[in-house]
Design a protein around this ligand. Sequence first.
Ligand SMILES: C[S@@+](CC[C@H](N)C(=O)[O-])C[C@H]1O[C@@H](n2cnc3c(N)ncnc32)[C@H](O)[C@@H]1O
Length: 263
Amino acid sequence: MTEKELMLTSILDCDRTALYAEPLNLSAEQQAKLSQMQERRSADEPLQYILGSTDFMGVKINVDSRVLIPRPETELLVENILQFAHRYATSELRILDIGTGSGNIPIALAKGLPTARVFSLDISAEALSVARENSRQNNVAQQIDFVQVDFFEFVENYRELENHFDIIVSNPPYIATAALAGLPADVKKEPVLALDGGEDGLRFYRTLLANAKRFLKPGGYLACEIGEGQKEALTGLLDQNGYHHFVFCNDLAGKPRFFTAQV
Ligand SMILES: C[S@@+](CC[C@H](N)C(=O)[O-])C[C@H]1O[C@@H](n2cnc3c(N)ncnc32)[C@H](O)[C@@H]1O
């Protein structure tokens, strides 16, 4: 669908075919809404913020400027975890999600794995309130604990959760600080907290790989999205931290997009 069609189907609450079934007769109010949406878009606001939601693995996720817009690439990461979970012999899966944002990952996992319990953390109270509301709207709130904590403090202070999780998943901020200025104008409207991966983009992975094993049960699974050009550095970090069984998986454009490791 074109952006205009997406705006119209959202305003009229209809599907695309209905737009063409008969000549469109917008009320003055609907016309005003459309013009407002088009103005916001010409000011580089992301289309999903204007529409108020996006689809992630067939689930409706509400989004606004408090959260990163879930990307289709992240669906591949979640599909991989679902495949692992269906092979893994434990009935009550415990999952840790680091940097939850809109809640897209824990919600899709909770829907796909009805016996799973997800501990979802984010440093942003604003993002967590979006995530909580999304979990309620998708009827999985009872499977997810949303916790506001800085990940770098979490690894120091949550010792009681060591050896606790079957799966750790993360789509951390992974853009190098200096590259933020060169991002497309609409991406720059997303929270910088969700994008900034530190000087070389690897700040989160360093701490994650140094600590994930402590929080995973033996045989547990780690799955992380990565940025473009990070495979080589991450291979080094995985080796250095004693991960012996790891795999990089490509996205649909053939670029390495996430890695998984089993401990
Ligand atoms: C790339 S976004 C991922 C959002 C969502 N999981 C997704 O896949 O679309 C990274 C998330 O990490 C959070 N974050 C950034 N720094 C953090 C920190 N120090 N501790 C915990 N979460 C953090 C951001 O607020 C943001 O929601």
